[in-house]
Design a protein around this ligand. Structure first.
Ligand code: NAD
Length: 311
């Protein structure tokens, strides 16, 4: 692994992903706007860079793991951004693992197609970019067991495999630029809707006199079974070890879910498509955030329906 990897965005996910690359033997340098996030790396002797452009100038491959589309556009196209330097780039491969809308991934891919390599590398004639969002959350980022959904040129995907496998265990090639991002936001929209679906049904059941635990047993061997009923049940006391059993702490926050639904709705309207369930779900998650549940796990949506009838 003699390649040098520049990693930008050392948050809850990125910090673990960068660590796993270091542990796998890659030469990693890092950048984040948050100095404290960088200090945890510089304290361990990992080189830090002051701008995306500096990262670009000192890496063979660059990975970004940023909050959302605006940050990604800023890091790629902003002042001292990755694509600065007159479009003459050192790195041959860029991987964006942030969850963004496919239109943003496609825009950056277009911008990149106008750039050239400073020095041609045997395996690449032009710099290439992949959108490679992840699922699995912070525990999977830490354990190196993320799932990557990858869009972009297939040759770039093949070349990126060893690097991605240092941070994850399952890779799915989704097709051209933006298709990884499209897959990710569709997955999360379906997850948001199914979580609301089972929550609504459990709450109705309680109001009709049937316990959520009984209803869960039935769902899980019937046609309503889904991830939200059998592995991430939203009703407190039904399952152990899930956020609902610890006051909805930890897990995937309502704020991030609202952000992902927002991306899904923005992309839908970008192609003139209507998602009535998705927009209703977005309204519900926004309301939960406004009510102070923004940092609670998104399964707290059950509370939106709960009327106080206990198990
Ligand atoms: P985070 O907010 O913890 O980390 C983002 C990091 O990016 C922060 O350290 C921030 O300082 C840095 N940053 C922001 N703007 C920057 C800029 N212009 N230049 C450099 N650094 C900048 O977010 P996270 O939880 O690590 O998530 C990252 C992405 O992964 C998001 O798109 C999120 O939706 C997605 N994701 C998160 C999870 C999860 O469970 N947390 C799961 C799957 C996917």
């Amino acid at each position: 692994h003699m390649e040098s990897v520049g990693f930008i965005g050392l948050g809850n996910m990125g910090s673990h992903m960068a660590r796993n690359l270091i542990n796998a033997g890659y030469r990693v340098s890092v950048h984040d706007v948050n100095e404290n996030a960088m200090k945890r790396f510089s304290d361990d002797g990992i080189p830090t860079r002051q701008s995306p452009l500096q990262v670009s100038e000192s890496s063979d491959v660059v990975i970004t793991m940023l909050p959302s589309s605006s940050h990604v556009l800023d890091v790629y196209n902003g002042q001292s951004g990755l694509l600065g330097n007159g479009g003459l780039l050192g790195p041959w491969l860029y991987i964006d693992s942030s969850t963004v809308d496919p239109q943003t991934s496609r825009k950056i891919s277009m911008d990149m197609s106008r750039c050239n390599l400073k020095e041609k590398k045997g395996y690449a004639q032009k710099p290439m970019i992949l959108d490679a969002p992840v699922s699995g959350g912070v525990p999977a980022a830490e354990a190196g067991t993320l799932t990557f959904m990858v869009g972009g040129l297939e040759e770039a995907y093949v070349a990126a495999k060893p690097l991605l496998l240092a941070m994850g265990k399952k890779l799915i090639y989704c097709g051209g630029a933006g298709n990884g991002s499209a897959a990710k936001i569709c997955n999360n929209m379906a997850m948001a809707i199914s979580m609301l679906g089972v929550s609504e049904a459990f709450a109705l059941g309680q109001n009709l006199g049937i316990k959520a635990s009984t209803l869960t047993d039935i769902f899980n061997c019937s046609s309503a079974r889904c991830w939200s009923s059998d592995t991430y049940n939203p009703v407190p006391g039904v399952m152990a070890g899930v956020p609902s059993s610890r006051n909805y702490d930890g897990g995937f926050t309502s704020k991030l879910m609202a952000k992902d639904l927002d991306l899904a709705m923005a992309s839908a309207s970008g192609v003139g498509f209507k998602c009535p369930m998705g927009s209703e779900a977005l309204e519900i998650y926004r309301k939960l955030c406004d009510e102070g549940c923004d940092v609670k796990d998104f399964s707290c949506a059950f509370r939106h329906y709960y009327t106080g009838k206990d198990e």
